[in-house]
Design a protein around this ligand. Sequence first.
Ligand SMILES: Cc1ncc(COP(=O)(O)O)c(C=O)c1O
Length: 483
Amino acid sequence: LKNQNKMPLIEALVAYHQEAVVPFDVPGHKHGKGAPELDAFIRKYGLELDVNSMKSLDIISNPTSVIRDAEELLSNAYGADKSFFMVGGTTASVQAMIMSSLAPGDKMILPRNAHKSAINGLILSGAIPAYIQPEIDGTIGIAMAASYDRVKESIEENPDAKALFLINPTYYGITCDIDRIVKLAHDHDMIVLADEAHGAHFHFHDELPRSAMQAGCDMSAVSLHKTGGSLTQSSALLMKTNSFVDENHVRNTINLMLTTSASYLLMASIDFCRKKLAVEGQKIFSDLLDIVRVYRDKINEIPGIYAFGKELIDGKGVVDFDETKLSVNVSELKMTGYQIYDLLREKYQIQAELADVNNVLFIISIGDDEEAFERLYLALKEIGEGHHGGVVQPFRKTLDNPEVIVSPREAYYAGKKTILLAKALNGISGESVMVYPPGIPIISPGERISQDIIDYIEFLKTQHTVITGPEDSTVEYIKVLGI
Ligand SMILES: Cc1ncc(COP(=O)(O)O)c(C=O)c1O
């Protein structure tokens, strides 16, 4: 028997606590600072309210009393007709949205920078993807939103598509021309699904981008835990009741994979979060925008660091920008984004949300205050001044839309063999490859492996980043279809 007195996870969590990390990542309550009522509730009742469903507490899979009332308030807060409490993260919300809208063989149009939960939703539903290439910003090197014109082109090329999937906003806070795009899709009888993992707060302040429900999307998956202040893993699925979606079918689909023992602490946190956003959202986000605007300007005075903002708006790939997303482009420093991400944690105890070669992203939310911003600013100033000058050569090539040879589901179930990545040119991928976060696949099951994809994966292997997806985590080998 191994030493069963050890508790590796507990030890790591306590060590994290002792390190007093400044969180610029999710969850958005930021160690409880943005959710003092929830924090006090959990401290007061603790495990006494870690209970199972019972008559007086309703049941998540078929709510008829208190959970239903709480869901109705959530719908009302977001301008939705119906909402569902979700306890399996926004992954579960995204997948339920896709599975309830599409049957095997149906087609869904989606931007190539969609999160893996959407791709996995295609595996679960058996639907076929038609990808749209998002606009790429040449200066900062990140994928923006898909422009109206590109969406229009794709809708015209795929008139048989049943659904259009939108990201509102991208991880970096960028939104598309959502109102016009929704109208266009509806005119073509397509259901519009929105991944609002990073937009839970949009609905509650008029200087934030439009929310999916405001823009008329049929369904939206919102990560209340990311920017709303609820507990990690809590999420919501919102919908309009109209001819595109059947509420009972959505309920049944959610229940396919829903636990029968949903945590009341998670659900309670959604109730707290909704109340706070609905009652205090306007004030909270006004104050937050005031601070973030001051600090974005201050950070922009640091040599070699560019905290991009609303100036990116061009009406195409960037129709609006969420100012509470604070990303810094570091391409004029001698270090990559990945190195700065590590340095911030190791030297300054600052946890960023994610990095790519040229950028580091900080999540700003309901739980941030001036003290946290000052810590971040001072750290970036020291890094900028110490490492200015010397441009990191990024991987400049834009990856084309992959050739989808078989549906993600067919590829998932097909026979596979493992071969060297270097020898995988033209093979059909049997697995996904991605960097997490952001969890956006570089290649997904069923797609042809191109030389650009091999080169890009080889490039990522030279960076300080963790590649996930393939069984071989070093990605020397990859699984392709065939036996
Ligand atoms: C765009 C996007 N969609 C969906 C998800 C899934 O959310 P969750 O982690 O709550 O399952 C994420 C998580 O990072 C995301 O970034």
